[in-house]
Design a protein around this ligand. Structure first.
Ligand code: SF4
Ligand code: SF4
Length: 328
């Protein structure tokens, strides 16, 4: 069963969710479009291709409080990551699929409790794209639609959205004031993409490309700013920091990046991946080779943010695509 809602009714629908004591997070245009907690449905924009940053910060925040250690009692206590049930409205399918990928890592044993709690208490309303950006290549991974891990999927259809229900929690939000049953039995949004990448070709060539001397120029160009991994919805590398207070110690988790030398520093101050070239290769091979070997999917959803955010115009995917073509 499909439902419909008029786009003009979205602000009122979001106000309705807020009135139900739900925290609502949605795309807001502040010069760049970002996910923000909103006070009114009027704050939201529906005119965006994707948010500049991924919504991963709502599940895996940078600077997450993990636990507090009591120095006197010699006991530790977990810190509650989230109180209220919340709704994230307007998540793109690439980002929703990225959460499904993160689930494989963070919900396998030992479960990451903070992530699990946030995932459990978050209702996700995804909106499929009609327009695509110059750097989008989600179609390559089949992540331009989402079939699980979210509650409702809105699909643009003229002045309306066709609504697909993927969970009971989603179904409960379908208030009759805003949603009507659709006459359509099925509906698929048509999209066009400018960016072409031969993922199959790349993957077949990756093993033999590892020792190619062609990595050098791109490694020399990279300034290791970690902007790409920060905005990436699937990157989850982290580091811990402990903060000591008079009676306690708080452990926090911060985002890190395989492109930083500090990330591979181990005991004895040894840095395993000293060269930028080895770190660039780690990024590419983790995304398209190592992760799939372990989890059966790629660690990329083709959102294109790493390309848009790079201050020195690096596009790892175009680079590796060209490198693989030469080897074909
Ligand atoms: S690697 Fe780049 S394109 Fe792939 S998910 Fe991360 S930011 Fe998006
Ligand atoms: S954003 Fe560009 S320069 Fe910065 S670490 Fe990523 S690839 Fe390197």
């Amino acid at each position: 069963m499909l439902y419909e809602i008029y786009k003009k009714d979205i602000p009122n629908f979001l106000d309705y969710l807020i009135s139900k004591n739900l925290e609502v997070i949605a795309p807001v245009n502040e010069g760049v479009v970002r996910f923000e907690k909103i006070r009114s449905g009027k704050d939201v924009t529906l005119d965006y291709i994707n948010t500049a940053e991924s919504p991963k910060e709502y599940f895996l925040p940078d600077g997450d409080n993990l636990f507090i250690f009591d120095k006197k009692r010699l006991e530790y206590e977990s810190l509650k990551p989230i109180e209220k049930t919340r709704v994230i409205f307007g998540m793109r399918p690439c980002d929703a699929n990225a959460l499904n990928i993160l689930d494989r890592v963070l919900l396998e044993k030992p479960i990451d409790n903070n992530y699990a709690e946030r995932r459990k208490k978050t209702i996700i309303i995804a909106i499929e794209c009609k327009r695509t950006g110059d750097n989008c290549f989600c179609y390559v991974f089949g992540t331009d639609t989402v079939k699980e891990g979210v509650d409702l999927v809105f699909k643009p259809y003229g002045k309306k959205y066709i609504v697909e229900v993927l969970s009971k929690k989603g179904e409960k939000l379908l208030d009759k004031t805003f949603f009507k049953k659709s006459k359509l039995k099925s509906y698929k949004v048509k999209r066009r993409f400018k960016k072409k990448i031969d993922l199959k070709g790349i993957k077949s060539k990756l093993p033999e490309l590892y020792n190619s001397d062609k990595w050098k120029p791109i490694a020399e160009k990279c300034i290791a700013c970690a902007a790409c991994t920060g905005v990436c919805p699937t990157c989850y590398c982290f580091e811990h920091k402990d903060y000591e207070h008079s009676n306690s110690i708080i452990r926090k988790r911060y985002w890190s990046s395989c492109l930083l030398a500090s990330f591979s520093r181990v005991a004895g101050n040894h840095v395993i991946r000293k060269s930028m070239e080895s770190r660039v290769k780690q990024f590419v091979y983790h995304k398209l080779f190592y992760f799939e070997k372990r989890y059966g999917v790629d660690l990329c959803v083709g959102c294109g943010r790493c390309i848009s955010s790079c201050p020195v115009d690096i596009d790892f995917f175009e680079f590796i695509d060209k490198l693989a073509v030469k080897k074909r």
